[in-house]
Design a protein around this ligand. Structure first.
Ligand code: G6P
Length: 366
């Protein structure tokens, strides 16, 4: 009821603003990385496996897509990420030395549970879940688990569950890297420090809400939007597009910016807002030329740029500056403004934000 919502208009908005707390709780008071954070026997499992298969649906799938970049670059273990409803019906080649990771807010999604069982039936016994509900079927079925502490999520569009999943997946990355001898104590210490700073960093991004609301008003009259990202921010672009379509009913799709020229550039006109995630990373210069391709066709760019990118506003190029560059954890921070953009665009269009049409919070039937 209204009392629970406090100063917020919807559960989704409340849950977006709960993220500093949710991410902080998910980190508990972890003083050092150990495989046992994922349960008894995790060390032996992590020692044995030489590849990772991530299975999930919806927003949880995009958390998995992001984790792939982390695990491959930090722990140096090859990763596959599959949509659960595809994997369960596909003739894949099983490898018993695989760590099967399911990601699920509810722990009850029928396709994800069936995908897990399919993997098990193929002889893949090393299973781990990143899940928000400790009593769920997913946690019971998996040998290892890490519980996110998002708390109950009511808005159908997932927000705090996603950022806490990413937090858990980064911890998993570090634990795998440790067991495989791919990081030293100093690196571990630095990553832990960055993780612990997340609640403060997220709070600073949430303060951008008024600027994002002004953008959202302009999106409200549009029927299409494109989201661009590169590297580990490509899955974040996909999550941003999913949020926008779920709750505002604006058609949105995400593209890795380098792929623009192979199709979506044909759609770009002044009626097409193009949201761009612009972190300061090795791909920045390439991203800037992708942005020029959009500008040259009259597309309107809405750029979330890290403080030190030297991307400045000009006609047709709107810029909101992110407070700090966050290195490997940057995808977590860049998620926040996209959630706010979708939320305020939906409010401006007057949709039922917490209960979008045709969608369910948890899909427990196929
Ligand atoms: C539904 C929800 C999404 C969620 C997906 C997977 O589609 O509306 O927000 O991401 O299910 O749910 P899970 O509980 O497995 O994370």
């Amino acid at each position: 009821g209204a009392a629970e919502l406090g100063p917020y208009r919807h559960y989704m908005q409340k849950e977006i603003f709960e993220q500093p707390r949710a991410v902080g709780d998910t980190l508990q008071d972890i003083q050092s990385i150990t495989p046992e954070l994922f349960g008894d026997g995790a060390y032996d499992v992590f020692k044995t496996i030489d590849r990772v298969l991530i299975l999930a649906c919806g927003t949880s799938y995009y958390a998995g897509m992001t984790a792939r970049y982390w695990i491959e670059s930090v722990a140096k273990i090859p990763v596959n990420v599959e949509i659960a409803s595809e994997y369960r019906y596909r003739d894949s080649v099983p490898d018993p030395r695989t760590l099967v990771v399911t990601i699920s807010q509810s722990g009850e999604t029928a396709d994800t549970l069936a995908a897990l069982k399919h993997a098990q039936s193929q002889g893949m016994e090393h299973t781990l879940t990143i899940c928000n509900v400790g009593t769920s079927a997913m946690v019971r079925e998996c040998k290892l688990s890490y519980l996110t502490r998002a708390g109950v999520e009511i808005g159908v569009a997932s927000t705090k569950a996603f950022t806490t999943q990413l937090t858990g997946l980064f911890l998993l990355t570090l634990a795998l890297a440790q067991v495989k001898g791919r990081i030293n104590e100093t690196q571990e210490h630095d990553y832990l420090k960055a993780l612990r700073h997340l609640p403060v960093a997220i709070t600073a991004v949430l303060a951008l809400e008024p600027q994002i609301m002004a953008w959202a008003d302009r999106f409200a009259s549009k029927e299409n939007a494109l989201f661009l990202g590169r590297g580990m921010h490509y899955p974040i672009a996909m999550e941003g597009a999913l949020k926008l379509k779920e709750i505002s009913y604006i058609h949105a799709e995400a593209y890795p910016a380098g792929e623009l020229k192979h199709g979506p550039l044909a759609l770009v006109t002044d009626q097409m807002p193009v949201v761009t995630i612009a972190p300061r990373d090795e791909l920045l210069e390439k991203l800037k030329s992708n942005m020029q391709e959009v500008r040259a066709r009259g597309g309107e760019l809405y750029v979330f740029a890290d403080a030190d990118t030297r991307i400045t506003a000009s006609p047709g190029m709107h810029v909101i500056r992110m407070p700090e560059n966050y290195g490997k954890l940057s995808p977590i921070l860049h998620t926040i403004p996209l959630q706010l953009l979708a939320y305020h665009a939906a409010c401006a269009r007057g949709t039922d934000v917490d209960k979008p049409r045709n969608l369910a919070k948890s899909v427990t039937v196929e």
